[in-house]
Design a protein around this ligand. Structure first.
Ligand code: FES
Ligand code: FES
Length: 163
């Protein structure tokens, strides 16, 4: 008797990624993060802890931030996904990206895409947050470099700019 290895099945998945309708075949076990990074080459969302504690994998799913590492891709069928790659308009950076540069809100940069996407989602829901609201809403994004004071300054400045 010969045993034949049969790979896991794949299922169709449609995502609207940064405004582009995207059709994929994915394994049911694949996370949204792995689909973005490995299938679509969108590597700004980072694989940090892989277990929902650091926020490096943050993306915006139908207007809400999610941890891509904890989100099954097949649960996102038909959803709109926004990643850092989709923020700038040509050469013009998103106001939050610009504010991060002006306020020196990063060191190694590993957490930065997730920080920026959390800030974008926060400001879209609450354009003029208080410092305490920013701290609270972005508490799921850790920065091992400790750039928190400058991240806070950048988010508050971007909020004022959005006015
Ligand atoms: S990699 Fe997803 S929360 Fe850390
Ligand atoms: S800038 Fe290095 S982890 Fe945040």
């Amino acid at each position: 008797m010969s045993l034949e290895f049969r790979g896991p099945g794949v299922v169709p998945l449609t995502l609207y990624v940064n405004g582009h309708e995207t059709h994929l075949q994915v394994e049911p076990r694949q996370t949204l993060l792995s689909v973005l990074r490995e299938e679509l080459g969108l590597t700004e969302a980072k694989h940090g802890c892989g277990m929902g504690t650091c926020g490096a994998c943050t993306v915006i799913l139908d207007g809400q931030t999610v941890y891509g590492c904890l989100t099954l891709a097949i649960d996102c069928d038909g959803s709109e996904v926004r990643t850092l790659e989709g923020l700038a308009r040509g050469q013009e950076l998103h106001p939050v990206q610009q504010a991060f540069i002006e306020h020196d809100a990063y060191q190694c940069g590993f957490c930065t895409p997730g920080q920026i996407l959390s800030a974008v989602a926060l400001l879209e829901a609450n354009p003029r947050p208080t410092a305490e609201e920013v701290r609270q809403e972005m508490s799921g994004n850790l920065c091992r470099c400790g750039a928190y004071p400058n991240i806070l300054s950048a988010v508050l400045a971007a909020g004022e700019r959005e006015e």
